[in-house]
Design a protein around this ligand. Structure first.
Ligand code: TRP
Length: 337
């Protein structure tokens, strides 16, 4: 018998569809999303509105957003278990963001590390959206009364800001928002670049062999793994500092084959690097085979994709509308009729 007080905890998370998903996106975020959909009430969002703080080609951007949704479904996100939707389809995100803007101090937004770093990196386009980015994120989270927000280390500060904004609003008006907490999934493996194994696998890297995409063809995947940077001491051991290339390949193997790193070290003991790289490549290709078949099938089935988007957005909008109407009432907007 299901009991009322066994209500599942609410989780909110999102990714920006600025590029195609990579092995790193799977290991760092998606793998956890999949696990969490079983035990929590999860809202997963493709944060397209967050993506336009940089200028993108509209056609590429639209394609990326749909590709990403299809890839998530192919990997096993189940719209019957979680609420999967596109941010711009639920207008409450933009609407709540405005009210939260008026409850966020300029000074606290200015302290955000990511804003400082991004403005330094791209000084010719420091737009207000870039500054306001964390407040929109706060709206995303608070609309669904999420308790837990799984994010990477770089987004932790933004979730803490969301919590501060929620607390201020609750204090200024009356309790309205659940206070969210960031969680950095411990089992989220960090996958580094195949060419630069000391830094995160990067889409923007000029070296095209650095990054493996989940939708890459098998021969492309194999080519990239064969070209992976290693070292010169012919020993397959996990030592992040002194052997970043080999350690990263072991992490990849472990993530995609399900073998633990120590077991993989044993399995590969004495093997040459060329054969090792081939085996790692094969494990990824093997894992992705059914996923890519499903991905292609879904992308070709526009009716299904549209149905998923529609159902997800409607479900999300129902929850979001409840929060937004409470907020509108509390700040004193006249009730519409
Ligand atoms: N900013 C996040 C990122 O770049 C994506 C994101 C948007 C998000 N809204 C969110 C993450 C709300 C967690 C909660 O990865």
């Amino acid at each position: 018998m299901t009991v009322e007080n066994e209500k599942k905890k609410v989780i909110f998370s999102a990714v920006k569809p600025t590029g195609a998903p990579t092995l790193g996106s799977y290991a760092g975020a998606l793998k956890n999303w999949l696990a969490m959909q079983e035990d929590y009430d999860c809202f997963y969002c493709v944060a397209d509105m967050h993506s336009i703080t940089v200028t993108l080609s509209a056609a590429d951007f639209r394609k990326n957003t749909l590709d990403m949704l299809a890839m998530y479904l192919a990997l096993g996100l189940n719209p019957e278990k979680c609420t999967l939707f596109i941010q711009s389809h639920v207008s409450a995100h933009a609407e709540l963001a405005w009210v939260l803007n008026c409850n966020t101090l300029f000074g606290e937004a200015r302290r955000m590390t990511q804003f400082k770093e991004k403005s330094k990196k791209n000084p010719e386009n420091v737009n207000v959206g870039l500054f306001d980015y964390p407040v929109l994120m706060a709206a995303d989270i608070l609309l669904y009364q999420a308790e837990l927000v799984p994010v990477g280390q770089d987004q932790k500060q933004h979730v803490e800001l969301a919590r501060n904004i929620a607390q201020r609003f609750n204090g200024r008006y009356s309790p309205t928002f659940v206070l969210p907490e960031p969680i950095i999934p411990k089992n989220g493996a960090k996958i580094c670049g195949l060419q630069n194994p000391k830094s995160k696998m990067s889409k923007s890297d000029d070296n095209h062999n650095d990054c493996v995409y989940l939708a890459d063809e098998p021969d492309v995947i194999m080519r990239k793994f064969k070209a992976a940077v290693t070292d010169s001491d012919a020993c397959i051991k996990f030592e992040r500092e002194s052997k970043p290339g080999i350690s990263n390949l072991l992490t990849v193997y472990s993530t995609f084959s399900g073998t633990s790193v120590p077991a993989a070290e044993k399995e590969f003991a004495g093997l040459g690097y060329a054969d090792f790289k081939k085996r790692v490549g094969e494990s990824v290709i093997e894992f992705l085979k059914p996923v890519q078949a499903e991905y292609k099938r879904i992308l070709a089935d526009k009716t299904y994709l549209n149905e998923v988007m529609k159902t997800g957005a409607e479900k999300a909008a129902r929850t979001a509308a409840r929060t937004l109407s409470k907020v509108y009432r509390k700040v004193g907007f006249v009730q519409p009729f």
